[in-house]
Design a binder for this molecule. Sequence first.
Ligand code: PFF
Length: 454
Amino acid sequence: MSNSDFTPRESFGSRFGIIAAAAGSAVGLGNIWKFPYVAGQNGGGAFLFVYLLFIIAIGLPVMLAEFSIGRRAQRNAIGSFKKLAPGSPWYLVGVMGVAAAFLILSFYSAVAGWTLEYIIKALTNAFAGRDETDLNLMFGSFISGTWRPLFWQLLFMVLTAWIVMAGIKKGIEKYTKVLMPLLVLMIVVLCIRSVTLPGSREGLAFLFRPDFSKLTADAVLSALGQAFFSLSLGMGTLITYGSYIGKNNNLTGTVIQVSAADTIIAVMAGIAIFPAVFAFGIDPAEGPGLVFITLPGIFQQMHGGYFFALIFFILLAVAALTSSISILEVVVAYLIEELNLARRKATILAGVMITILGVFCTLSFGVLSEVTIFGMVIFDLMDFTSSNILLPLGGLFIVLFIGWYLGAGPARREISNDGALRLGYFPVFMFLVKFIAPFAIALVFIYGLGLLRI
Ligand code: PFF
């Protein structure tokens, strides 16, 4: 029997706290670091179009499904399935989620470590007087090193574990509530500077004028993977957070606010980055270094650029932190509730194992750069396997679970707070989770992995 049957379960303290924590999970490196570079590699506008379509048709229903499962079961990602579908193999969906959490945090913490290095670079005015070639070299030589990136990754993991150890209200909620609004403000300032750079129009056209001839199967799969990654879906993060949400919260409202915030911030990151990419003559398909090279370039073109650079990288690190705690919490909640470990022990155990895996990701830009599996370095393999395979697959099973296993009755009761809320849209939701989302995910998946050629 799990210890949550005896102790009262922790929960978020306020409505804003719920939104801040869930949006804190969603908004992170995925929006500001990954979205621009994946969009850049996959043709820009057409990618954005498909991405938005996936957010609406798949992301929203999956998110509502995850919150409902977690709040109904009052358990972690694996325990929720065990409780709602006892004696069945559904719990394996949760197992896959916990595995995805390991893989994601291993490479996420590598990039988050880079943001810490860039805080120091900003502080010491290291970008001053450097052109794009210099900034490119600077980034390349840093990530291909050994001890420096490893040190920052370790520090970031320690910070993540420290907050997770403090628990829900005093850790996760307290920090996200203050820091998220600040980040939004910073990005708005960056957008304004970027679109007023000479030559910025081409960048906006790249992002907003879709050229569908550039849309490959690979790009569509990446858009799906990115939608899942950015909204923190498919691995039980929001099942876990859902279990901390009070019974009187309007889940649909929370879903809409969180998804809107996440999407707006990703698009704003695109607006901040692409005009600058074109204004400075950088290749939009540059890859993981895109923000680390482009933004320092913009800061130099701004009055007070020194301070903006500093604040920006601090907030980027914070955005990464509010996401990484949600990823670690998936594993920790599982260890606490299913294996009866104390929170402290669970956090240390999970943190250490993920950090060990993370070392390989970090070194895959340096001493392990020659090691490739299926043609990918370890970092890319972790990213591809989790974002493009485990998360969509997890999402597929989650909607099937609600649509076909749990069924309309219990789902309606959970989402309507036992009938207290009127749900005019409920039939649409059920239609999406039963038919549209599973079909779309399966199709993109099969086609994107090259298992089927049209
Ligand atoms: N959504 C986060 C981001 O965009 O940075 C990353 C993430 C968090 C992915 C939690 C998955 C997850 F479960």
